[in-house]
Design a protein around this ligand. Structure first.
Ligand code: LLP
Length: 404
């Protein structure tokens, strides 16, 4: 993804041509970037060759999941829907882990029937539910227990998951009790300790703290966990300011951890694999002078990308065609939805824009399409994958008729 002679290209294809051909808004992904991310992820952790289970909630497009499967990834799922989609994408059950605080009996039953690698349990009642199913089937089910390590991930409060006050995982005291219980169960096989402290983490310190907590607790259990699932959460560089998470430092800390505990490592990355592979191409419908700023009204809205409205997160916006000008006005990029939070970004000194110009919203591959909705009865955008300079429609634009 780069500019060539002032025009924005996605792996050899001009954004403007894609917009002409497929209409806007478009979610457009780069296969090249996806492969680079996965290669780099693997390279950083090559010392211990973790099982990398892509967190399907970040992006559940079937074709993308298939590509990731071909590149060696498994899946981390949190619902029967995600589990079915992962299986349908050809991901083998022995590379699938199932997390979530509220798995129903129906979901647990399905996961058990499919013989997935692990069900990472998050409560005593869930453990009892699995035991009940296993007993009725006269089998032994492999489980993990998710610990709440009470570690601050230093990220947005809305996407923190590892602190005392969060609903996720099990307290240390309960964890120790449950390990003892499961150890003795005829129907459960305790294979894994899992954690996930939050998302968009840019500093390695919270991870180091989390590993210390795990170290202490594992020692207390006197139990050997075949797997330690460290979750995901690795942050990406949305603001293009080189504030990246130092994966090599994280890797070194894990190396030291493994030397003590000799467990296989599982990761559940979402954003760090898929986040920067996708852009949202959108056309300006109108430009309107406000009291203090100019509203750039796009044909993409918060139903297509809710992250700015929900978390106040900033996605860079760049022009599809550079014109080497600088506007004196402050631009506020907004969508057409009837909510004041339907805005993407406020920018000063952007290039001068005109109605019908195309803009690119960056780094929307994770939690973009997967969090999209039909709010205001707007059809969901088309998704394209560019691979070897060829376009593939990987999800059709939703049909208005189906919505009505
Ligand atoms: N594992 C578990 C148990 C999780 O809950 C999550 C994310 C992940 C893995 C993947 O985390 P990642 O590597 O993508 O950070 N919608 C929010 C993010 C919510 C994350 C929820 N859990 C956003 O758009 O920022």
């Amino acid at each position: 993804m780069k500019y060539k002679l002032k025009n924005f290209f996605i792996d050899g294809l001009k954004a403007q041509n894609l917009a002409k051909r497929y209409n806007t808004p478009i979610y457009c992904y780069s296969f090249k970037k996806l492969k680079e991310n996965i290669d780099e992820f693997k390279r950083n952790f090559s010392y211990f060759k973790p099982l990398i289970c892509f967190s399907v909630k970040a992006n559940s497009n079937k074709i993308l999941l298939k590509e990731m499967r071909r590149l060696g990834l498994g899946a981390d799922v949190v619902s029967i829907g995600e589990l079915m989609k992962a299986l349908k994408s050809g991901i083998r059950p022995n590379k699938i882990v199932f997390s979530g605080v509220g798995k129903t009996m129906h979901e647990l039953n399905y996961a058990i029937t499919k013989k997935i690698l692990l069900i990472n349990t998050e409560s005593k009642s869930e453990i009892f539910s699995i035991e009940k199913i296993a007993k009725s089937k006269k089998i032994k089910v492999d489980i993990g227990i998710r610990l709440n390590p009470n570690t601050d991930a230093n990220t947005l409060s809305q996407i923190s998951t590892g602190k005392k006050e969060n609903k996720f995982g099990i307290s240390e005291k309960m964890f120790l009790n449950l390990v003892n219980y499961v150890k003795k169960s005829k129907y459960l096989n305790l294979k894994c300790l899992s954690v996930h402290i939050g998302s968009q983490i840019l500093n390695v310190k919270p991870y180091e703290k989390m590993l210390k907590v795990l170290d202490k607790i594992i020692k207390k259990t006197h139990y050997h966990f075949e797997y330690v699932d460290l979750g995901g959460g690795m942050g990406i560089n949305y603001e293009n300011n080189n504030k990246n998470l130092d994966l090599r430092k994280y890797s070194s800390s894990i190396k030291r951890f493994i030397k003590k505990h000799n467990s296989k490592i599982i990761f559940e990355p979402g954003r760090s694999i898929i986040g920067n592979t996708g852009v949202l191409i959108s056309r300006i419908i109108y430009i309107k002078d406000g009291y203090k700023k100019n509203f750039i009204i796009l044909d993409a809205a918060m139903n297509d990308l809710i992250r700015p409205a929900l978390y106040n997160s900033k996605h860079r916006i760049i022009p599809a065609k550079k014109n080497n000008t600088k506007s004196k006005k402050t631009y506020e990029f907004v969508g057409p939805i009837c909510e004041s939070t339907d805005k993407f970004l406020t920018v000063k000194k952007f290039q001068k824009l005109n109605e019908k110009d195309l803009i690119i919203i960056c780094d929307v591959g994770a939690y973009g399409m997967s969090l999209s909705s039909n709010y205001n009865l707007r059809p969901k955008a088309i998704e394209l994958l560019i691979k070897n300079s060829k376009v593939q429609i990987i999800n059709k634009r939703q049909n208005l008729k189906d919505l009505i």
